[in-house]
Design a protein around this ligand. Structure first.
Ligand code: ADP
Length: 270
């Protein structure tokens, strides 16, 4: 539900202006509210790995005569430390992106190279979990934007597909042109998402299964970052999912107005 905020200051003005000012003020207060929620969430999320690190440091101290235990605790400290680093990086990314400002100085970006780079980021993890990565569709398409951001967005979708899939399944990235849009989809044969959760997963820090997300080093920020990157490119991200069967996340981006690709339909394992 949307709350409407009225400022007493605007009461004597004519009704059209009043409405404009009310809307203006509503936006301002909403932004403030979002910022406050964000800070509260961030503090809460930072406490978890920091708390774990403190406990582990104590455990190392207590176990100093047991080298195996020390080793185990040290590995867990490294994992928590890595999660903390990632969380901080994603918080920084998100705070830059959260107002959906259009990309500054957009450049032509080759969609194929974004797909390659996004897949590269998950190759090691995919191999470890016996998940096959494939790419296919229409080659040679271009969009206007920021290549690093697009790699982060698609990379997050591929990473999730790998993280939320059982072994011996496939993650397929497909590219196609639809009118003036490029659709890049990431399809997995993973755990899927129950319908009632679908519109919540793009919220910051929202996780369907927090334990599973944490176990994969997830921060709950990935999809929120994808949503903001899509918006700042004039596009959007959508999801289709069947619980227990798999999911498809689709990034839709405006095609580069001056460039188009060669239509073809093939799929190559990578
Ligand atoms: P996280 O860091 O937890 O992966 P995200 O914002 O990337 O955070 O995703 C939010 C939640 O959406 C995840 O915790 C997970 O529950 C769900 N999710 C995202 N991608 C998938 C997927 N491909 N299959 C199943 N569930 C997914």
């Amino acid at each position: 539900t949307q709350t409407l905020y009225v400022s007493a200051r605007v009461a004597p003005l004519n009704s059209k202006l009043l409405l404009a000012l009310v809307e203006d003020r509503t936006h301002e207060i909403r932004v403030d509210e979002v910022r406050r929620d964000f800070v509260a969430n961030v503090s809460h999320e930072l406490k978890t790995p920091v708390g774990a690190l403190l406990l582990l440091a104590e455990a190392v101290e207590d176990a100093k005569d047991d080298p195996e235990a020390v080793q185990r605790f040290a590995e867990r400290m490294q994992r928590e430390g890595a999660r903390l680093t990632r969380l901080v990086q994603e918080i920084i990314d998100l705070s830059r992106l959260q107002y959906d400002d259009p990309v500054a100085s957009p450049e032509s970006v080759d969609v194929d190279s974004v797909v390659e780079a996004a897949l590269d980021r998950s190759r090691v993890e995919a191999e470890k979990h016996k998940i096959r990565l494939t790419a296919g569709g229409t080659p040679g398409l271009q969009v206007l934007g920021n290549v690093e951001q697009l790699v982060i967005a698609l990379g997050n979708l591929v990473e999730n597909a790998v993280n939320y899939s059982p072994p011996n399944t496939r993650v397929a990235v497909g590219v196609r042109r639809r009118d003036d849009l490029v659709e890049v989809s990431v399809t997995d044969q993973g755990f899927g998402i129950v319908e009632s959760e679908l519109d919540r997963i793009f919220e910051r820090f929202y996780r369907v299964d927090p334990a599973r997300s944490r176990a994969t080093g997830g921060t709950g920020l990935g999809l929120s970052i994808v949503k903001h990157i899509a918006a700042s490119h004039g596009g959007e991200v959508g999801v289709w999912s069947v619980q227990g069967a798999g999911s498809t996340f689709t990034l839709r981006l405006p095609l580069h107005p001056q460039r188009t690709g060669q239509p073809s339909a093939f799929e190559t394992p990578v």
